[in-house]
Design a protein around this ligand. Sequence first.
Ligand code: SME
Length: 159
Amino acid sequence: MHDYKIEAADKPTLYRDLASALAGLVEREPDPIANMANAAALIRETLPDVNWAGFYRNVGGELVLGPFQGRPACIRIAFGEGVCGAAAASLQVQRVDDVHAFPGHIACDAASVSELVVPIVRDGELLAVLDLDSPARARFDADDEAGCVKLAEVLAKVL
Ligand code: SME
């Protein structure tokens, strides 16, 4: 068992510690599912006000549900559909303050209000997206985005 208790005074420090803990967790493990599973658990345990943290994998040009922490979610998402599909199609981070105002948003958990989706890309190819949901409006700011981009960079090496 790994006991990671990360507490920090500010978000950049929190994400620096989180990225370092994640790198330690995945560095010697080549199995992508195991690495996504531990990443989802670590992220959900570390970040406050997050009700869903997990992955959709790029399986033949379609997003398919991967390891996550939270309520059961929709399984397949087409590129371009919803917030995750927008991130997959554009390879751009999607940071949405209120998902109810996002065209085509896919509601998996009615409690979710804000969402951050970060593409995980290696050599120009989309491997997966990291998806975080929160019941709070505008939960994710630029520091969260920058921090999660770093997490995606760590994961891109081991998925
Ligand atoms: N809300 C997402 C779907 C995935 S769940 O949030 C886990 C979307 O619109 O892509």
